[in-house]
Write a protein that binds this ligand. Structure first.
Ligand SMILES: Cc1cc2nc3c(=O)[nH]c(=O)nc-3n(C[C@H](O)[C@H](O)[C@H](O)COP(=O)(O)O)c2cc1C
Length: 353
């Protein structure tokens, strides 16, 4: 019902308007909508990861709620968790517009937003207010440096973010893979990961939330696997795979817009990377699978390739707010069909020999 309303009425109207204007409008509506308890999740979708209970493995990907303005809405829509951010230490406007584009025939988006946001103090104050009530959903917080931070001070940006916001997070994601902040992807190297890890943990290993690193889908295979080895060796608690891609031709996408491509064309690329990481690490480091998910089959495919939990962004724009409930219902059916009693049993089942 909600699906049909979105597809037949809301989406055709919204898709005539500027994509970023619609984003802000919807976020404002969600932020002011009273929260509603979603239907309880089927027990087969519950899972425990890093000692944290997730009622279902479907999460909101980073970028949708950069300033933590609509936390309750993500719970109402049925998500099991939301990755907020990317948040930067200081407020910044992001890149000049237009900077968000739809490719409707491909079920894709291209963005070059460049982390616009109100900064970590506004973000922290909002979470503080929420904590006084009860936050009904697991929260990841995705951290990134300011655009005008000198390369030599990027590590300090991550450390400052961790100090200010670490206490509010169920898990932290170190974003070194957005293509729209110059030089950021260079931090995807073993040496630089070491620097970041030392700075954000400050030698602390116990009283901190799990720390994940989010990778680009554009790394060479050998480089990717080296980075995964370093992440495991350093003590990172997980890998988010993947961010948006700069590839076009290989994915048969015809578009001249600059920026990161997300949505349907990314599905197989992200899944291949998830499977490579899972195979290489023998499942020792949890993977958060993201890229192109727009159905229960898509989510299930990422989980069977090795993802413990999954996230989506672009699929929500194309399929609408009923998508999360539809994915959860479909996923429960797919688990039953394949004889899995729980999500945990399905993780990596397409890759394990
Ligand atoms: C408009 C837009 C903004 C995004 N902003 C961020 C961001 O701030 N930080 C980040 O780590 N990823 C960001 N992403 C990437 C998503 O989190 C996700 O990794 C990517 O879009 C692939 O998932 P999808 O195909 O389900 O959209 C953004 C994606 C989109 C479409």
């Amino acid at each position: 019902m909600l699906d049909r309303f979105y597809r037949c009425i809301a989406k055709p109207m919204l898709f005539r308007l500027d994509a970023e204007a619609v984003h802000h409008m919807i976020l404002t509506i969600l932020a002011h909508t009273p929260s509603m308890a979603p239907w309880p999740d089927p027990p087969a979708l519950n899972l425990s990861l890093w000692g944290i209970e997730f009622s279902n493995p479907i999460g909101l990907a980073a970028g949708m709620d950069k300033d933590a303005v609509a936390v309750h809405a993500w719970h109402s829509l049925g998500f099991g968790f939301a990755e907020l951010g990317t948040v930067t230490p200081r407020p910044q406007p992001g890149n000049s517009g237009p900077r968000l584009f739809r490719l409707p025939d491909g079920g894709a988006l291209i963005n070059r937003l460049g982390f616009p946001g109100a900064g970590m103090d506004a973000f922290g104050a909002r979470l503080e207010r929420l904590r006084r009530g009860r936050i009904p959903i697991r929260l990841g917080i995705n951290l990134g440096p300011n655009k005008d931070t000198a390369p030599g001070a990027v590590v300090e940006d991550y450390a400052a973010l961790m100090n200010r916001l670490g206490a509010y997070a169920d898990f932290i994601v170190i974003n070194v893979s957005s293509p729209n902040t110059p030089g950021l992807r260079n931090w995807q190297s073993p040496e630089r990961m070491r620097e970041i890890y030392a700075a954000i943990t400050g030698g602390q290993t116990t009283t901190r939330p799990p720390i994940l690193i989010k990778l680009a889908p554009d790394l060479e295979s050998a480089e990717l696997l080296k980075i995964c080895d370093t992440a495991t060796e350093l003590g990172f608690n997980g890998i988010v795979a993947t961010n948006t891609t700069l590839r076009r031709k290989e994915l048969r996408v015809k578009s001249d817009y600059e920026g990161g491509l997300s949505g349907r064309p990314l599905l197989e690329l992200a899944r291949g990377i998830i499977a490579d990481i899972y195979r290489h690490t023998g499942g020792r480091i949890p993977i958060v699978g993201v890229g192109g998910i727009a159905s229960a089959e898509d989510a299930y495919g990422h989980i069977r390739a090795g993802a413990s939990i999954v996230e989506l962004y672009t699929g929500l724009i194309y399929e609408g707010p009923g998508l999360v409930a539809a994915i959860k219902a479909g996923l429960a059916g797919l688990l039953r069909r394949d004889g899995f009693g729980s999500i945990s049993q399905a993780i990596g089942s397409a890759v394990r020999t």
